[in-house]
Design a protein around this ligand. Structure first.
Ligand SMILES: C[S@@+](CC[C@H](N)C(=O)[O-])C[C@H]1O[C@@H](n2cnc3c(N)ncnc32)[C@H](O)[C@@H]1O
Length: 422
C-alpha cells in the first residue's frame, strides 16, 4: 500500500487489494443483463461487510442494474435502490426478486414451445423509427415471436425475469457493434453476411440466467427486503431522515452525453419491451440524469477548491464545457445533501468514482466529493485507489468531443469514505 498526502490533509491510499482482478463478477443474478459502468460485486460486498451489519438497512442512490442490492439481499441487508433510468429500475427489480428455479424452468420450456408454434401472421412488429436500420427483417420476426410468447406468461415475476434475457437478446441480435455502449451500427460490408440466431441467443442467455437465479435463490437471506425506487436522487424520494445505516454507490462519472450514455444504451430495450412508458423517449433520459442540462452561468456557491481550479482550467479552453461540468457537480451536491439527510449519525457513505478528463483537465471528483461532503457535515475518513481491471465501461472515449480522437479516460477509480458527524 502506498499513501499520498494532499492539500487540506486528504490522504489517498493506493490499495490493490480492492482490484479483484480476474474474479467472477457474474455470480448470482449479477450476469443477467449488461449495464454500463457496473459495480464489481466484490467491491460492493466489501463495502457492505466493512461498514454495515446484518439486519441493517442500506441504500444505493445510483443503483443502476442493482449490483449492490443483489449483494445486500444475499448478505442480509435490507436495501433501497434509487435510479432515474427505467431500464435500471427494471433490472434491479428483476435481479433481486428470488424466483423458484423449478418454476422458472418449467415456464421457460412452455415459452419455447409457444414461440415455436407462433405463426408469422400472428405477430405484431413494433412500430418505431428506424427499426429496419437497427434490425434485419428475419431478426424482427424472431424477436416479435419471443415478445408475443412473453406476453402470454401470467406470472409477473417470471415474465420480468425472462424479459431481461429478451432485452439482452434484442441488443445482441441488433445491427449494433458489440462491446459498445453507444449505438454504433455494424459496417455495411459486414452487415451483408450478418445473420444472428435470435432464438439461439435467447436460449443461451436465458439458460445461463436461470442458473444464476438458482444460485441466488438458494443463497438469499429471506428476511432481507429490497425496494427499488424510480426517482431523482437529488430530491427527497420518501426515505425517512436518519433511517439508513450505510449508503454505498457508484455515481455517474459526468454527464451522459460525454461519458456513459445510459439512456442511449437503453433505447433498443425500450423499443422492444414495455419497460419505458414512452419507448421513443429512452434517449431523453440522458438529459434528466446528473449533468444532463448545462448550467446557464459559471457562477455557483459550491465550496470546493478542487472544483474551482478544474472549472477555471476548462473554462480557459471552452466555457460551454465548463458550464456542463458545473451542472454535474451542482446536481451531485444535491444528491450528497439528500444522502446526509437519510443517513443515521456516525454512519458511512461510500462512493466509488472515477476522475474523468475534460479538455485535457483531470477533474479530481474524489477530492471534490470530499470537500463538498465536509461542507454538508460529513468527514472524509479515507480515499482508496483501485485499478479498474474488469469494469464494463469504455476506457477510451472522446473527451475532446472530436470524432476519432480517442484518449484514455480512466484506468483507476477511488473509493471515497465519508462519515456523517453526529
Ligand atoms: C455508474 S451507474 C451505476 C451502476 C450500478 N452500480 C450497477 O452496478 O449497475 C450510475 C447510475 O446513476 C443513474 N443516475 C444518474 N443521475 C441520476 C439521478 N439524478 N438520480 C438517480 N439516478 C441517477 C444512472 O441512470 C445510472 O444508472
Amino acid at each position: 500500500m502506498q499513501t499520498e498526502l494532499l492539500s487540506k490533509g486528504y490522504i489517498k491510499t493506493i490499495d490493490y487489494s480492492w482490484d479483484y482482478k480476474g474474479e467472477n463478477t457474474k455470480s448470482y443474478t449479477h450476469g443477467i443483463h449488461t449495464y454500463p459502468a457496473m459495480f464489481i460485486p466484490q467491491v460492493a460486498n466489501r463495502i457492505l461487510k466493512t461498514y454495515s451489519q446484518q439486519g441493517d438497512t442500506v441504500c444505493d442512490i445510483f443503483c443502476g442494474s442493482g449490483t449492490a442490492l443483489v449483494e445486500s439481499k444475499v448478505f442480509g441487508r435490507n436495501a433501497y435502490g434509487i435510479d432515474l433510468n427505467p431500464l435500471a429500475v427494471f433490472l434491479a427489480k428483476a435481479k433481486t426478486k428470488p424466483i423458484n428455479p423449478e418454476k422458472l424452468r418449467s415456464e421457460y420450456i412452455k415459452l419455447l414451445y409457444i414461440i415455436a408454434n407462433i405463426k408469422d401472421g400472428e405477430i405484431k412488429k413494433p412500430d418505431f423509427n428506424n427499426i429496419d436500420f437497427w434490425f434485419k427483417e428475419e431478426v424482427i420476426v424472431a424477436l416479435a415471436k419471443i415478445k408475443e410468447g412473453l406476453s402470454r406468461i401470467k406470472d409477473e415475476d417470471v415474465r420480468n425475469f425472462l424479459t431481461a434475457s429478451f432485452s439482452e437478446t434484442v441488443r445482441l441480435s441488433s445491427n449494433t457493434k458489440s462491446g459498445e455502449f453507444k449505438l454504433v451500427r455494424i459496417k455495411k460490408d459486414k452487415l451483408e453476411n450478418y445473420s444472428p440466431d435470435v432464438i439461439g441467443i435467447f436460449r443461451k442467455k436465458t439458460e445461463a440466467n436461470i442458473k444464476g437465479m438458482e444460485y441466488f435463490y438458494n443463497a438469499v437471506d429471506r428476511k432481507a427486503w429490497t425496494k427499488v425506487i424510480y426517482g431523482n436522487s437529488a430530491e427527497d424520494n420518501g426515505i425517512k431522515e436518519n433511517s439508513i445505516d450505510l449508503i454505498l454507490t457508484s455515481p455517474p462519472y459526468g454527464d451522459s452525453r460525454t461519458t456513459v450514455a445510459y439512456g442511449q444504451f437503453s433505447r433498443l430495450s425500450a423499443q422492444w419491451t414495455d419497460i419505458f412508458e414512452d419507448p421513443n423517449k429512452a434517449s431523453g433520459v440522458d438529459k434528466e440524469l446528473l449533468g444532463g442540462k448545462a448550467s446557464k452561468t459559471l457562477r455557483h456557491d459550491l465550496k470546493s477548491y478542487y472544483l474551482e481550479d478544474s472549472l477555471d482550467k476548462i473554462a480557459g479552453r471552452d466555457e460551454n464545457r465548463a458550464k456542463e461540468v458545473l451542472s454535474f457537480y451542482v446536481g451531485l451536491n444535491e444528491c450528497l445533501r439528500q444522502a446526509y439527510r437519510m443517513l443515521k449519525p456516525n454512519k458511512y457513505f461510500c462512493l466509488v468514482i472515477g476522475n474523468r478528463l475534460v479538455k485535457q483537465v483531470r477533474i479530481p471528483t474524489d477530492l471534490i466529493i470530499a470537500e463538498l461532503g465536509e461542507e454538508i457535515g460529513f468527514i472524509c475518513e479515507d480515499i482508496f485507489i483501485r485499478n479498474i481491471p474488469g469494469k464494463r465501461m469504455p476506457l477510451k472515449n472522446s473527451p475532446t468531443n472530436v470524432v476519432g480522437v480517442l484518449e484514455e479516460t480512466m484506468v483507476k477509480e477511488s473509493i471515497v469514505v465519508l462519515r456523517k458527524i453526529s
